[in-house]
Design a protein around this ligand. Structure first.
Ligand SMILES: Cc1cc2nc3c(=O)[nH]c(=O)nc-3n(C[C@H](O)[C@H](O)[C@H](O)COP(=O)(O)OP(=O)(O)OC[C@H]3O[C@@H](n4cnc5c(N)ncnc54)[C@H](O)[C@@H]3O)c2cc1C
Length: 386
């Protein structure tokens, strides 16, 4: 995507155009359409959720006192996708010591991503259409003009996740595991619900060896969580993390992962995507300044996540194990909310963290030469230049 020349600026009578039918773009479209605006969403692919594989993801519920589903409801977005509130889980530290964690309310909502019925993506699409939004598929936007909202998702890969979705006879549960042999500077996860599961290694470095880390992750969960996979199907994906100075591009508002809005520690981007979509819509409806509103609502959490990422990079396994021991002995939701607050020590660390947190995110093993990692194989690198 490139900014257009003046004669390419979209006709304002056409209403508002949103580039990308991900959670950010669709939530933005729903809010605008419910306020009576004419909205067109233009999506490159043939359907929603093409980046995903019916895999489980977690809609985090710890960065804000307000429950994330209440936040969506206040924006006029119904939680009519399959979801399940997860109040407990098991964290395996770097020595495979298991600690149970629990929250007094759901720590996150387990949901599915992709194009199938019941996924978040399908549900948001249906809500957008019901609100009167026109969604055009197979419509790749190459030139952007005024009055567009850019919601095109990641521009490059700072984090990759590779894993399997599978059927299983295992009981429901959520497991998280740490260790450089499983996911360099990242984590591995196993999510199981009602006979379906997702297991993945989510790594920030070492992309070239993704197959080795995935095999180690599967073996680890087989040994320590009783992982049983039936008909596993491989999947891979990537994510982009950065704190933008401005989320405006050529006069257009930029939302979701396109703007870089994503938790720098763990790659949780869904809540930021949907919240930034709502903020951009409200700024149009109310005439508010989008820059002021996203900075107020998103910047503190994003900054805290950058400091968390910096500390995680620095401390290695000992720091992680200490943090896990703290999570195990308290209400994990409250502990995580505190960890994502921008306390005074974090504010003091922020300047150095901002300069150095990206170190491991620049994966030197993945140089696009003879590399078959998920980023090198996805085949749309032109988007990285926008
Ligand atoms: C494997 C994996 C697991 C994850 N797990 C979690 C998790 O558990 N919790 C969490 O919070 N986050 C998770 N994330 C991150 C989360 O999925 C993203 O942050 C979120 O999808 C971002 O939403 P978005 O709407 O900004 O972008 P996307 O969901 O990427 O949507 C962008 C859309 O724009 C379209 N598009 C792009 N360019 C153009 C163009 N030029 N013209 C038209 N359309 C275009 C794309 O085709 C796409 O459909 C995960 C990511 C991956 C890859």
């Amino acid at each position: 995507m490139t900014a257009s020349r003046p004669n390419q600026i979209a006709n304002l009578d056409d209403g508002i155009q949103i580039v990308g039918a991900g959670p950010a773009g669709l939530v933005c479209a729903i809010v605008l359409a419910k306020a009576g605006r004419q909205v067109k969403v233009r999506e490159w692919r043939a359907d929603v959720g093409h980046r995903f594989h019916d895999d489980f993801q977690g809609l985090e519920n710890w960065t804000d006192k307000r429950d994330v589903l209440d936040e969506l409801a206040q924006a006029g977005v119904a939680a009519d996708f399959s979801h399940h509130g997860m109040t407990e889980g098991v964290v395996l530290d770097s020595r495979a010591k298991a600690r149970k964690v629990h929250g007094s309310r759901p720590l996150f909502y387990l949901l599915r991503r992709g194009s199938a019925a019941g996924t978040l993506d399908r549900a948001l699409l249906d809500q957008a259409r019901a609100a009167g939004v026109e969604v055009r598929f197979n419509d790749r936007v190459k030139n952007t003009g005024g009055r567009m909202i850019l919601a095109g998702g990641p521009r490059r890969a700072d984090i990759i996740a590779v894993g399997y979705v599978f059927d299983t006879t295992m009981p429901n549960g959520a497991w998280l595991a740490f260790g450089p042999q499983l996911a360099p500077k990242g984590y591995a996860y196993l999510l199981v619900h009602q006979g379906r599961g997702t297991v993945a290694s989510c790594m920030v470095s070492g992309f070239r060896d993704q197959a080795k880390y995935l095999a180690a992750t599967v073996a680890h969960f087989q040994r320590y969580a009783g992982l049983k996979m039936l008909e596993p199907k491989y999947f891979g994906g990537f994510g982009n993390v950065r704190l933008p100075r401005t989320a405006m591009q050529g006069g257009n508002r930029v939302i979701g992962e396109h703007a870089g809005f994503q938790d720098a520690l763990a790659g949780f981007g869904l809540r930021y995507a949907m919240r930034s979509g709502r903020l951009a819509a409200e700024s149009i409806i109310n005439g508010a300044d989008y820059t002021t509103s996203w900075r107020r609502a998103l910047q503190p959490g994003l900054r805290a996540s950058i400091v968390n990422r910096f500390l995680f990079n620095q401390t290695g396994p000992r720091g992680i194990d200490y943090l896990i021991s703290k999570l195990g002995s308290a209400d994990a939701g409250a502990a995580l909310r505190a960890a994502y607050g921008l306390s005074l020590p974090k504010r003091l660390l922020l300047p150095i963290a901002q300069m150095r947190y990206r170190g491991p995110l620049k994966d030197s093993s993945c140089n696009h030469l003879n590399c078959d990692c998920v980023w090198c194989q996805h085949g749309a690198h032109d988007a990285a230049n926008t």
